[in-house]
Design a protein around this ligand. Sequence first.
Ligand SMILES: Nc1nc2c(c(=O)[nH]1)N[C@H]1C(S)=C(S)[C@@H](COP(=O)(O)OP(=O)(O)OC[C@H]3O[C@@H](n4cnc5c(=O)[nH]c(N)nc54)[C@H](O)[C@@H]3O)O[C@H]1N2
Ligand SMILES: Nc1nc2c(c(=O)[nH]1)N[C@H]1C(S)=C(S)[C@@H](COP(=O)(O)OP(=O)(O)OC[C@H]3O[C@@H](n4cnc5c(=O)[nH]c(N)nc54)[C@H](O)[C@@H]3O)O[C@H]1N2
Ligand code: SF4
Ligand SMILES: [Mo]
Length: 764
Amino acid sequence: MENGIHYRTCHLCEAMCGVAIEMKDGHIASIKGDADDPLSHGHICPKAVALQDLHEDPERLRKPVRRTRNGWQEMEWNDAFELVARRLHQTREDFGRNSIGVYLGNPNVHNHGSLVATMPFLRALGSQNRFSATSNDQLPHMLASLEMFGHQILFPIPDIDNTDLFICIGANPMASNGSLMTVPDFRGRIKGLKSRGGQLVVVDPRRTETGKLAEEFHFIRPGTDALLLMAMVHTLFAEDLIDLGPAERLAKDADLLRLASLRFSPEAVSQHTGIAAEDVRALARKLANTRKAALYTRMGTSTQAFGGIATWLAYCLNILTGKLDMPGGLLFTQPAIDLVALGAISGQSGHFGKRHSRVRGLPEFAGEYPASTMADEILTPGEGQIRAFVTVAGNPVLSSPNGRRLDEAFSSLDFMVSVDYYLNETTRHADVILPPTAALERSHYDLIFSMFAVRNVAKYSDALFDAGPDTRHDWEILLELAHRLEKQRKGGRLPIRSELGWQAFKQVGPDPILDILLRTGPYGADVGRIRGLTQPAIDLVMDILPDGHPLKGMAKLSPLNRRWQGLPKGLSLPALRDNPNGVDLGPLQPSLPERLFTRDSKINLAPRCYLRDLDRLHEQLEQPVKDDLLLIGRRHVRSNNSWMHNSQRLVKGKGRCTLMIHPRDASRLGLQASDSARISAQDRKIILPVEITEDLMPGVVSIPHGWGHDRPGTGQSIAAAHAGASINDILSDEQIDPLVGTSVLNGQSVTVKVWRPERQRKRA
Ligand SMILES: Nc1nc2c(c(=O)[nH]1)N[C@H]1C(S)=C(S)[C@@H](COP(=O)(O)OP(=O)(O)OC[C@H]3O[C@@H](n4cnc5c(=O)[nH]c(N)nc54)[C@H](O)[C@@H]3O)O[C@H]1N2
Ligand SMILES: Nc1nc2c(c(=O)[nH]1)N[C@H]1C(S)=C(S)[C@@H](COP(=O)(O)OP(=O)(O)OC[C@H]3O[C@@H](n4cnc5c(=O)[nH]c(N)nc54)[C@H](O)[C@@H]3O)O[C@H]1N2
Ligand code: SF4
Ligand SMILES: [Mo]
């Protein structure tokens, strides 16, 4: 790479910040924000420097390794592929196709190569025992989108730059930089909101960094958001505040929702939520009476016992008050590569509950079972038991509940392979680790997060560093394994056409596919320039084609779509290469009813699965409020899930993996500022330093996830020196939201005791 500035999109979190990487003599000299980026305008967070640290980390694996009695041994790529394909195939032959489990971790969705290669890989593997980070994350949003809008990844995105009221429940974008809302520089955007005279309202069991910016803040008892939101729905109906606005003729079954809300008055829920009835009413009125407003919920409301209902109700509240499809409210995006539309046309808009997991009978979602039942499926003997396992870019030992049980499960497998560049808490159980190229050695396009951005943009970055011949991209690894597995399944040889297909795919890779998708997408070729093809002519042809005609479907997805007429045109991969800072495609726009994918083109306000779950919610209301300590998670801007703790620049300073506790609870438990505490639930326990703070609601304690790097046999020395402890070592994998199967990561009860090493030793 020559000296000079390389523009790129940071892939570490969902915010898609533009970075300007200054190169000197083949090395990174500095990483700054790209002021010309159409979305982030120069904003970056402290993690951006970790792009360099990750790249230069001497502990990042560069060649395949295999576990032997004398430790890890490097392998040649071909031998590694050979071994992995043979062992996986053998397992499949001996125990059936479902005997191989797969877990896909979060970084896959930041990697267009992986996304393109995952599908053929999973098909070649053929197993129904698939898991991913989704069930520890946004699954309730996917269910709500599927049930209400007909498509599992069609998310309404807050139009934050134009709103006058932003109600943020169970999210901390000041630390996370947004989720299912790609929003670089949240602070700047909230400043903008306030200078327009707008307001930020936050509801959270912790007065977070975001909470501290808010005009109005409410503590809420963990796990009770569904009650709060139901009481808000109740208020809207009771006070005649319903005005569906743009959704007026589209939303159906509002009456069923009204009936369902009758049992949940603000008075009825107030003791459970900890929010006064009058405050609930005021919040509902404020939402209804502010024309441009958005109510947004995320991790805290989705990964809890009533995450399904809570997420559905959050969507409903926006629709009932006319915020959906309203500038300044919530809008659907129009990305350059429209995976929503592409998915729908190929019959992939999502499905739920088509089959159930073997051991606990939990529903699949989009072909995946809940991560909380992974260990059950590995450890429980019987037909269909998982014997071999593949992880791709995931660290479930730290990221899924009951990590110790997952340790036990993974170490009991016949064979395990991990596609990952770190030897960490999960991959240490693997027999073979296949490390992909580093992020700066590959090109980058945000297929997923471009769909969730608060402004439509398209950005492509070329690889900054040459990967070298003895390396493989994630997509190359996945396609190679898929090809070999397919070959083995067919007895060692594929029909010539199919063989040529695999060769071509492996040769071409993901970028030419991007190019085609860009050119044929809404901002692609300018049809006006094609001779003889005028829009009226196209419209006429489209009108005479019957619905469901393949040509009509294709046209809907192409620049021929009437709806896309007014959009900027000319996008292609070369065009994006010519604009390394990214291309602005304009603000979010109304798109209903065309954007709906439900069969009747309506918005379903009262899907049956939610109505059926309401008795369970009502039972919560009938039970007395317990005085257990409830555990919640937290994120910090200098950390990212489990895998960025090997950067000295990010972990330096005061330890951040602490137990936060309110002074009242601390004094009740005899805890002082310099103490450590033992946090436990059943036979699971961890020990952490305490951090006493009034930012927490009394009765609630908080621990960040992704720590616990003291397990033996890992290869991340900086992380190990800042080990912390894993919250998922105490969270139970039995607690899920039974509606969707999401893990309960927030709101489990724990016991906290002072822990003093001297006293402990004396007693022993
Ligand atoms: N208690 C609790 N648990 C949680 C959460 C919580 O809030 N509380 N949050 C949940 C959420 S939202 C998520 S998304 C999950 C994340 O859960 P996971 O995806 O399981 O975990 P990560 O920590 O993201 O681990 C990423 C892994 O991918 C590797 N990796 C990084 N980049 C690449 C790459 O480009 N290619 C490959 N092949 N590997 C790569 C890293 O080395 C690491 O091993 O955690 C969940 N767990
Ligand atoms: N710096 C940093 N950024 C990240 C990540 C990271 O690990 N670090 N991870 C990325 C990923 S994978 C994701 S999914 C996103 C997540 O993005 P966010 O959803 O913004 O993530 P959190 O910071 O976990 O915010 C969850 C909030 O919910 C609150 N909460 C907990 N329980 C409850 C409850 O019962 N009710 C309510 N109302 N609130 C509750 C918590 O106190 C917390 O403030 O962040 C992404 N960005
Ligand atoms: S907020 Fe930080 S980690 Fe996220 S994309 Fe921007 S610079 Fe990268
Ligand atoms: Mo996530």
